[in-house]
Design a protein around this ligand. Structure first.
Ligand SMILES: [Zn+2]
Length: 57
């Protein structure tokens, strides 16, 4: 996903902002990493350029 999408993504649980960690980048594309919610602490993976903002049940 493009780095710019980071600003648009919000935590699906609390709608807080997400912070990128452990990022692997190719130019401005984020290939993999972790998105952590600053507000509630939930973490979501990015794999093969796709952010998985899934709520675990
Ligand atoms: Zn959250």
């Amino acid at each position: 996903m493009h780095q710019r999408f980071l600003d648009l993504l919000r935590c699906p649980i609390c709608h807080g902002t997400l912070e990128l960690g452990d990022a692997v980048r190719e130019d401005e594309e984020i290939v993999s990493g972790t998105l952590a919610c600053a507000a509630c602490g939930a973490a979501y993976p990015i794999r093969e350029g796709i952010p998985y903002l899934l709520v675990e049940e």
